[in-house]
Design a protein around this ligand. Structure first.
Ligand code: BGC
Length: 722
């Protein structure tokens, strides 16, 4: 982490009164702490979130300030960004978020969310990256660096094992230490070691009985002692439950959703406890040091104050990067008979079916909601890209019941922990008949026109903070709609807009082309239209597995999910493809899958191993990729390592590297990926560390976890540990 002038911290600390220190370690506003004006210490101003800077709230109530100066750029969700597998784009996207946050005068942007996608049902999956820790590490580091380029702190969240929304404030998570270290920690560790995230947010849930935001195990032992973290730890909003626990843990700032700021656990109750000698003031001083250090890094105080970046928001350049990110995030899941791309010149009339064609999503999802400057819907994007010579006929296709009026200040009630997403089992008659009418209208349209695109999927009623989905079904009768449309028009293209996997089994065999888009930001509709019309060659790959049915998912089949109280992760390290590939489970689409309008050849794999260094291995993996089709395109090449024999059970293979290559027709490129011991080890609880056992390992280059193109075996002679 960037070193700062510690002498200045000592000096300021020595001048602060106890009351002033207390003011700096808890919310004195829903999104800010108290400053100390007499010493030139400003308040720390924070804002959500991952898809753009959230609207401005009043200082002490969840009332939207309501002016028009808080419209912002709407960025692709973190799940969309992850499916680009483009580190450099992650950096630039981060820089957009950082510039906008600083432009809005913020010091901390409460993003990114990087919890592992353990179950397809987690309501916040759309805010997270992947089921794979390696992919998270690789994408989060440049993202954080980009954000912090603008002297705004990233706040990587929610530490740790925060993988369900049901009972999110109380649920007590149990998993073995190996899984914690191999699956759930690496993204956070990389965010700190390599990304140098200035702040980190504790989670709501409990881990081994301790609330994460005041956990001695997580915040003191792991974060401070093992990982030497000296940045600021911020609680989730309302996640602190006890004054002494919080004060004596590695937590620095307590935030909450209520406006009784003086009653926060780390406010008056702490002040009293210190005065009575029940809690040592030294604990508070540690927090102040971390906060002042963070302020120095952000140039909020100290000599560099005048050099602080000012940022800007709604800059046209931001929209270009957002569009590029959206374009690279779209995934072509299936394309039989080269059904896509559609040829613009051949389209005279096109049928657009399904409400997700015209719905906007930026204003939903929970704390990730934003006031977007604009949002191009798929229908708008398509019309913009098609121009006026083609007729677009639109049928809503399915009925979306009027969403319950969103409480403007839902967050103030969010500590009630009552939210369960229950699907309406039987619909009232009137709705049923309306649904039938819309379906028939869509089927009639599909019969009349040759080119049909169905825009189906989810929305933020389902991909939402505070609730998990109850199943993996498409809501609003969309399965039937897709089936019926495909019956009369087998060429219809299916586009799914969503934040987490849905069951597709009832129609996926019949659909020739399936396209997936996560919530892809303000230019999402433009990007989608460009992909459908072949102006952009798709190059995204899914950063998670799409199971055929919910009960295939290891979190559900082997572990527990969505329960209140105690939840045990019995599947251990076998999360996502680690389970599906090891147990040969048939999938709808495997991890890392995504097609292109061109084709790629993988060739000339060469692997060398060097064990001359006592402490580390160096393995160089070299290969060549050629674009064998006739248009430019990009291929994400994945490198998996398989341990052929090990003393503890291991997944059949694990992702250890990847690269994305942009190639013209007939062009080829040779690349090298260098691996070290961390690509071969596993966590051994007996040794309290990672070990690499000597023996054979297979290096696999693949287009997805189920499409291995090249392999080579190497032999490791020595044992390593780390
Ligand atoms: C969410 C956090 C968010 C915070 C502030 C909480 O409900 O879990 O991700 O940053 O609220 O809005």
């Amino acid at each position: 982490m960037r070193k700062v002038n510690e002498a200045l911290i000592d000096d300021l600390l020595s001048q602060l009164t106890l009351e002033e220190k207390i003011g700096m370690i808890h919310g004195q506003g829903l999104f800010q702490t108290a400053g100390v004006p007499r010493l030139g210490i400003p308040p720390m101003k924070m804002s959500d979130g991952p898809m753009g800077v959230r609207n401005e709230f009043a200082l002490d109530s969840w009332i939207n300030v309501g002016t028009t100066d808080d419209y912002v750029s709407y960025l692709p969700s973190t799940s969309a960004l992850a499916s680009t597998w483009n580190r450099e784009l992650a950096y630039r996207t981060g820089a957009v978020l950082g510039a906008e946050a600083r432009g809005r005068g913020k010091d901390v942007i409460l993003a990114p969310g990087i919890n592992i996608k353990r179950s397809p049902l987690c309501g916040r999956n759309f805010e997270y990256m992947s089921e794979d820790p390696r992919l998270v590490e690789e994408m989060v580091v440049p993202l954080i660096k980009g954000i912090q380029e603008y002297d705004v702190a990233a706040c990587v969240k929610h530490f740790a094992a925060n993988n369900q929304e049901t009972d999110r404030l109380e649920v007590d998570t149990y998993l073995d230490e190996r899984s914690l270290r191999e699956i759930y920690f690496p993204g956070f560790k990389a965010s700190i070691d390599k990304g140098e995230s200035y702040t980190i947010m504790g989670a709501y849930n409990r881990l081994y009985g301790e609330y994460c935001s005041q956990s001695r195990f997580l915040l003191t032992k792991v974060l401070r002692e093992e990982w030497n973290y000296d940045g600021a730890v911020i609680s989730d909003w309302g996640a602190v439950k006890d004054t002494k626990e919080a004060a004596e843990s590695g937590l620095d700032i307590e935030m909450s959703v209520t406006s009784n700021f003086d009653n926060y656990y780390m406010a008056n109750p702490l002040l009293k406890a210190v005065k009575k000698g029940k809690i040592d003031e030294e604990h508070i001083d540690k927090k102040i040091r971390n906060i002042l250090r963070t302020m120095l890094r952000l140039k909020m105080i100290g000599e560099e104050r005048k050099e602080r970046a000012s940022g800007t928001y709604n800059d046209p350049l931001h929209r270009e990067i957002i569009l590029e990110c959206a374009e690279e995030s779209i995934i072509l899941l299936k394309n039989e008979d080269n059904r896509l791309p559609l040829k613009k010149s051949e389209i005279s009339t096109i049928g657009v079916i399904g409400q997700n064609a015209e719905r906007v999503h930026s204003n939903g999802g929970g704390s990730a909601e934003i006031k977007a400057l604009y949002e191009i819907s798929p229908l708008l994007g398509l019309k913009m890209q098609l121009g006026g010579n083609a007729t677009v006929r639109y049928a809503r296709g399915y009925y979306v019941p009027e969403a319950k009026k969103k409480e403007l200040n839902w967050q103030s009630n969010s500590l009630d922990n009552q939210n369960i997403n229950k699907k309406e089992k039987s619909l009232p008659k009137t709705i049923k008949s309306r649904q039938e009418e819309l379906l028939q209208e869509a089927v009639a349209l599909a019969k009349e026109v040759e080119d049909v695109i169905i825009f189906a999927g989810l929305d933020h009623e389902y991909d939402v903070e505070g609730k998990d989905r109850s199943d993996m079904d498409l809501p609003y009768g969309q399965d039937r709609l897709i089936q019926e449309v495909l019956k009369v028009n087998p060429n219809a293209i299916v586009v799914i807009v969503g934040g987490s996997p849905v069951e597709m089994d009832s129609w996926s065999k019949d659909a020739k082309a399936i396209v997936w888009t996560y919530y892809a930001g303000m230019e999402g509709g433009t990007a989608l239209a460009k992909v459908l019309l072949g102006k952009v060659n798709p190059s995204g790959k899914i950063a998670e597995s799409f199971p055929k049915k919910l009960m295939d998912s290891p979190a559900h089949k082997l572990g527990e999910f969505g329960k209140h109280g105690k939840v045990t992760y019995n599947e251990g390290i076998f999360v996502g493809y680690r389970y599906y590939d090891s147990y040969n489970i048939e999938l709808e689409f495997p991890f890392g899958h995504g097609l292109s309008y061109t084709t790629f050849e993988y060739k000339d794999l060469a692997v060398t191993i060097d064990e001359s260094d006592e402490d580390d291995i160096k393995v160089e993996v070299k290969a060549t990729i050629k674009n064998t089709g006739d248009i430019p395109g990009a291929e994400i090449v994945q490198l998996y390592v398989a341990d052929m024999k090990s003393s503890l059970p291991r997944p059949v293979q694990e992702l250890k590297g990847f690269t994305k290559l942009y190639l013209y027709p007939n062009e080829e490129e040779t690349f090298t990926i260098t691996l070290n011991k961390e690509s071969f080890g596993f966590y051994d609880e007996k040794e309290h560390g990672f070990v690499v056992e000597p023996g054979e390992f297979e290096i696999r280059l693949a287009a997805s976890s189920r499409d291995i193109r090249l392999r080579k075996t190497i032999k490791v002679d020595k044992k390593y540990s780390y």
